[in-house]
Design a protein around this ligand. Structure first.
Ligand SMILES: [Zn+2]
Length: 684
């Protein structure tokens, strides 16, 4: 295939330099990657082999500018593979996993290049560098060291093999989860099987059935979170709840082609070997060395501070559920597939609050407007929909983002709906990072959600949790869009991983601000603003079931840390390990975990959250304390506090050390009390 017909290799001259999605085919990727990898290697050789002695400009700045074609390709490739995949694209993903990992090894084990970086690093205090330049030098040097640049030739060769095999296994793991999710459907026929389901659940289930070509009148529950959670909350059919629950928690655990048990085990073996090659006792030590937390002790210190109070809170909630069951004459043991169902009944009885009463006030379109309105009031941004600009799927909306002075800030793409070609969960990614370094790149930032689409002609209604997810991902989006750095490596969300959830989680706070809700949470039929009485009920019910949620999250974080703390060459049987670990911690049987190891994509679809699921809670300490700054200032839109958040946290990317960035914003280090308070875990 020649360059002239491969759109991936041509200049993208369309709107904003977006990829020409309509012309891209899966078959274009492998040849385009071959060319991009070769170009990048040649660029790196040229940096390494130049006659001039190393300087920041000819080595670090040049390194940061290199590989642009490859970066561009990787962004499109990973974006499509996550959001609009196909068997052909999945095959390309499997084929490219090892070569891309091999290339990464070749970059960070490039002896000539590392020699120059290392020489500059040794004299870094004498080079007259700016703060950001020094940060880039330190960061890139650490990237090299952590990728094995300092290893002797024999262990280095083995390290490269380990990383390539890990890349293949990570790809396989994610594809297996998707196979189990898209292969499952619970078909509901007739009123008896729909019992208890409110209209919005029925509408989403009817839409899913129609998309799968089923007959009118039939309904489908999928394993998408926005299907399964409402089903478990409302279905009166205990047998069907159990069936759906077992399918949901059994993902990746079935014998056959999509079985993840052996995949996870091999990943753990190889990660242990990777850590040992670096001289660490276990993978958690290797992973945590490059975080704000810094050590297992620091992470466990936080998780342990939460675990027992959370279990105690959950036990109080369980007693309330048992009381509800008794009052209904339901005489059986409370199981994991019952918890949400009875919690909803307690919520209704105790707080006079029903989820079905809340949802009509949270139509998706209005909540998207709420995002944009908050971004405008806090940071002066304007989001302008560009209906004529196409994304990679008809559901994708493209927005131009403008600064207060009207200048172009970047592009925002939002892809909100679940579909079988999209992986589960919600995430932000970049198609292009903001950077200057001689190029002036505007950011192109994407948000993906997995909301169940409303039936044709009906709006998509969000739950309170869905709306929170929408705000969360948009917070990541702002981190990408507001980036103001020189170097791409330091741009946007490419920060330490226990800092990365600060911008996303702090933005969630605006979602529950009465001022925001009164303006944007309007009934989709009548346009009536959410009544004060309903707001008061939401507020009163805020802490109910927080014990359950905290236990589920913390359990997953504890298992993640434990499984990556093993000092054994052979990874464990993950199902057995998880059961023993949770028995040791005393996980209440009727609660369960957020993610089980056989489908825990954070841990095994890549390494970025391995031994790192704790980061959400770590960042929650930062975001709860950070939001207090607005409370103290007297307004959620206080201009000075917003400017400090923007300048110190959102614009700086990785150009500042995170603890220092937080201190600059808050005037001091974070304290843990606001987080404990917001989860109802402070002793009364
Ligand atoms: Zn996040």
């Amino acid at each position: 295939m020649s360059t002239s017909v491969n759109p991936l290799l041509q200049d993208w001259t369309g709107p904003y330099g977006l990829p020409p999605f309509a012309r891209i085919e899966a078959a274009h990727f492998e040849p385009a990657f071959a060319q991009a990898l070769a170009e990048h290697r040649a660029e790196l050789d040229a940096i390494a082999e130049q006659a001039e002695p190393p300087s920041f400009a000819n080595t670090l700045a040049a390194f940061d500018r290199s590989g642009r074609l490859l970066t561009r390709l990787e962004h499109v490739f990973h974006s499509l593979a996550a959001s609009a995949t196909s068997p052909e694209l999945q095959a390309a993903q499997r084929a490219m996993a090892a070569p891309l990992a091999a290339h990464n090894n070749a970059v960070y084990m490039h002896a000539g290049l590392f020699k120059r970086v290392d020489a500059l690093f040794a004299q870094r205090q004498d080079l007259g560098l700016s703060g950001e330049q020094l940060r880039l030098l330190e960061r890139v040097h650490l990237d090299f060291v952590r990728a094995g640049a300092r290893l002797e030739p024999v262990p280095q060769a083995r390290y490269a093999q380990v990383m390539e095999r890990l890349a293949e296994l990570n790809t396989q793991f994610g594809q297996n989860v998707l196979a189990d999710e898209s292969g499952y459907r619970l078909v509901l026929r007739g009123e008896a099987e729909l019992a208890g389901l409110p209209d919005f659940v029925r509408a989403a289930a009817a839409q899913a059935a129609a998309e799968r070509g089923l007959q009118a009148g039939e309904h489908v529950i999928t394993l998408s979170r926005s299907h399964i959670v409402p089903f478990l909350t409302f279905s009166e059919r205990r047998d069907l709840r159990e069936q759906a629950w077992r399918a949901w928690v059994g993902r990746g655990e079935h014998a056959g082609a999509s079985d993840n048990r052996a995949v996870a085990q091999e990943i753990l073996s190889l990660r242990h070997e990777q850590a040992r090659l670096h001289g660490h006792a276990c993978y958690a030590d290797y992973a945590l060395a490059d975080t704000m937390a810094g050590s297992r002790q620091a992470v466990l210190g936080l998780l342990n501070q939460v675990w027992e109070p959370a279990k105690a809170a959950a036990e109080g909630e369980r007693q309330a559920l048992l009381g509800m069951m008794a009052s209904l004459g339901h005489d059986f043991a409370l199981e994991a597939w019952d918890w949400r169902f009875y919690a909803e009944k307690v919520r209704k009885a105790r707080y006079d609050l029903e989820e079905a009463e809340v949802k009509p006030f949270f139509p998706l379109d209005a909540m998207v407007q709420a995002l944009f309105d908050c971004a405008q009031r806090l940071f002066g941004l304007h989001f302008v929909h560009q209906p004529e600009v196409a994304g990679y799927h008809a559901d994708v909306k493209v927005y131009e983002v403008r600064n207060a002075d009207g200048s172009l800030r970047g592009v925002f793409m939002q892809d909100n709906f679940a579909r079988s070609s999209k992986r589960s969960g919600a995430w932000m990614n970049a198609l292009r990072w903001q950077a200057r370094n001689g190029m002036d790149c505007l950011p192109i930032i994407q948000n993906n959600n997995n909301f169940a689409k409303g039936a044709p002609g009906e709006p998509t209604l969000l739950s309170f949790d869905d709306a929170r997810t929408l705000f969360h991902e948009f917070g990541h989006g702002l981190h990408g869009l507001l980036s103001e750095v020189e170097f791409e490596r330091l741009s946007g969300t490419q920060v330490l991983r226990d800092f990365v959830e600060l911008p996303s989680q702090i933005f969630e706070h605006w979602m529950s601000e009465p001022e925001v809700l009164k303006k944007h949470a309007r009934h989709y039929k009548t346009g009536q603003a959410i009544p004060d009485s309903l707001l008061a009920k939401l507020k009163a019910a805020e802490l109910f079931n927080q014990g359950y949620e905290t236990v589920r999250y913390t359990a997953s974080a504890l298992v993640d840390l434990a499984v990556h703390s093993l000092d054994q060459a052979q990874g464990p049987d993950v199902v057995d390990f998880e059961a023993r670990c949770m028995a040791g911690y005393g996980l209440p049987a009727a609660i369960g975990m957020n993610h089980r190891l056989t489908h825990f994509q954070h841990l095994f679809s890549g390494a970025s959250y391995a031994a790192g699921y704790y980061v959400y809670m770590w960042a929650e300490v930062l975001d709860c304390d950070g939001y207090e700054a607005f409370v103290e200032a007297g307004s959620p839109f206080d201009a000075r506090t917003a400017a400090a958040l923007r300048d110190c946290i959102l614009a700086t990317g990785n150009s500042r050390e995170p603890r220092e960035a937080f201190r600059a914003f808050r005037g001091r280090d974070a304290v843990v009390q606001p987080m404990l308070k917001s989860r109802g875990l402070l002793p009364a």
